[in-house]
Structure formats: C-alpha cells, structure tokens
Design a protein around this ligand. Structure first.
Ligand code: C5P
Length: 302
C-alpha cells in the first residue's frame, strides 16, 4: 500500500493510456515463432486509463491501482506497468554500475493507475498502460528518449505496445512493430461507441483459433476503403469463444447513423463509428437501457 500523503513539492505527472481500436485487422500468416503477421489500421480514442507518477529519489518503483476495473489486477512486478518501468530504467541506465551512480539509482516512482477500461478486451488495456508508463517515466526521469527508443522497449513487452506509445492513427504490420503514421481525412473527431459484453477474452486463444486462411491485404488508402473492404479476421475465432459478440455487433449495426461497426483486436469489445454526436447519443442511451450489463463508453477519435 502506498502512502497517500504526497511530500510537499513532489513532482507529479499524468498520462492518459488511450483506448486502442483496430478499424480493420487482417491476419496474413502464422509465423515460425508462433506470432502472426498482421495488417491493421490502429486508431485511438481520446480517453482511457489514467496513469499518474510521483517522483521518488530512492530508486523504488511501486504501483497502486484503483478505478472501475481494478478488481483482481496484479499490482506486483508482473504488471505490465512495472515491467515497462523496469525496462525503461535498464535501457536508460544499462549496467548496475551506471544505475548506482547518483543519476541512476535515485530514479523511482509511485505509480497510480486508474483502470477505466475493461481488462482483456481487445482495446489495448495493459498495452496502453505500459506505453503510458514509458512516456510518463521518460518525462519524469528526463531520460530524453525519442519515440523510436520507447517503441523498441515496448516491443520487447508486447506486440501492441509500440503502436500505443504513438497513440495516433497508424497502419501496423509485422507482429505489431512496423508502424506507418496515416493521416486519414475526417477521422479525427469522429464519435465512437465501444461496447463490451462483460466477458474477458485472452489474445492467444483467439489467434490460435484463426483458420490460417489468408483473405488478402488491407487497403488503408481511405476511410471508405477500410469500411468497404476491411475486416477483422479475428472476429470468427473470437465469436466461437464468446458468442455474445454476435449480439453486440447486431445491436450496433441496428443503430441509426452508424458509419462502421466491427470488433476490435481479439475482442470481445466491438465499436461503431457514427455520423454525428446526436446519433451516438441516441445509440448510447438506447443500448445502456436495453443492456445494462454491457460496458459502454463513448468518445471521439484522436
Ligand atoms: O505480444 P503479446 O504478448 O501481446 O501477444 C499475446 C499473444 O497473442 C501471443 O503470445 C500470441 O499467441 C498472440 N499474438 C499473435 N500474433 C500477433 C500478436 C499476438 O499470434 N501479431
């Protein structure tokens, strides 16, 4: 348990761990190392989990978690936030000898994570938290690392973490490490509704259920192409494990003013992009009334 009393003058910084959404996710092949090569269009919602960090000068890293999805989360060294923090420290001060110099050993932090996003739900979650930790501690500790270095650290911890470090619209390939920024007109500011049926779903079993049929490349040249010819190849294996995903997608499809509805990542969260704020308000209210047990979050794309 962390002390709640903040020392006077302690430096505190805040980062949002933006929710990640795959507007399309094409799985191209299973690789020899067990991962899959993908082609995906990653976008980010303007809200998510929140991470605060308070500088400690004794080298200790400690994490405490609150918020609607904190229950059952491990706040020990296996949490991706602490793994990211330790990896950043090792990268910035690579040898124990250096780490024990004045400007190495002193770098610690009290980290406070507010978990607003459902866990194991296909919208980043732990990856976004780890990426936020890298951005935050890079600032707090004045490491001076650029995005490429933070992405390289992130890649060692999870496939989606490099994209979450950037948290801007990206075309993503490889197992998640090959990033190309995309500026798709009319995407930023689009209202998005996220719905999760309340059933956690691990990434590995969903990839394992992919039928190994390559359905072709992703055309990410325009939003229209992503809507018309994009897909999420993980939807079928995810639906086989969590049939409620079908009900979520049917419900989103039936709302007036929907531009695109699809599952994100390996599920079970599904999303819909809407034409207008009025349309998304109406859909949000209608779905909350009809399905009070589902998790629903509305936001806008960054
Ligand atoms: O990289 P990360 O640890 O988040 O991946 C979790 C699991 O998801 C991997 O162990 C692998 O089974 C699967 N995966 C995959 N191909 C990817 C990303 C993840 O098969 N591109």
């Amino acid at each position: 348990m962390l002390g709640r009393v903040r020392p006077a003058g302690a430096v505190v910084l805040i980062e949002t761990a933006f929710a990640k959404v795959n507007l399309a996710l094409h799985v191209r092949r299973r690789r020899g190392d067990g991962y899959h090569d993908i082609e995906s269009l990653f976008v980010f919602v303007d809200s998510g989990d929140v991470l605060r960090a308070e500088l400690r000068d004794d080298g200790v890293l400690a994490l405490s978690i609150d918020g609607p999805f904190a229950a059952g989360l491990d706040d020990g060294p296996e949490n991706l936030v602490l793994r990211a923090a330790n990896s950043l420290k090792l990268y910035a001060w690579p040898t124990p000898a250096l780490a024990n110099t004045d400007w190495g050993a002193q770098f610690g932090a009290n980290l406070y994570l507010t978990k607003n996003l459902p866990v194991a739900s296909g919208i980043g979650g732990g990856s976004a938290d780890a990426a936020a930790a890298l951005r935050l501690l890079n600032r707090l500790w004045r490491c001076g690392l650029d995005d490429a270095a933070l992405c390289a650290i992130g890649e060692t911890l999870g496939s989606d973490i490099p994209a979450c470090v950037i948290s801007r619209t990206l075309r993503v390939e490889g197992r998640g490490e090959a990033l190309a920024p995309l500026d798709l007109p009319r995407l930023a500011g689009t209202p998005i509704l996220l719905i999760n049926p309340g059933i956690p779903l691990g990434t590995a079993p969903v990839f394992k259920g992919w039928d190994q049929h390559d359905r072709g490349t992703l055309d990410s040249s325009s939003l229209a192409a992503i809507i018309d010819s994009g897909r999420n190849d993980l939807e079928a294996p995810a639906r086989a494990l969590v049939p409620e995903i079908g009900a979520v997608l049917d419900t989103l499809d039936a709302q007036p003013g929907v531009l695109l509805s699809r599952m994100s990542g390996s599920g079970a969260t599904c999303f819909a992009l809407f034409r207008s704020g009025a349309d998304i308000d109406a859909a949000h209210q209608a779905i909350r009334r009809a399905y009070p047990d589902w998790w629903a979050m509305r936001g806008t794309l960054r």
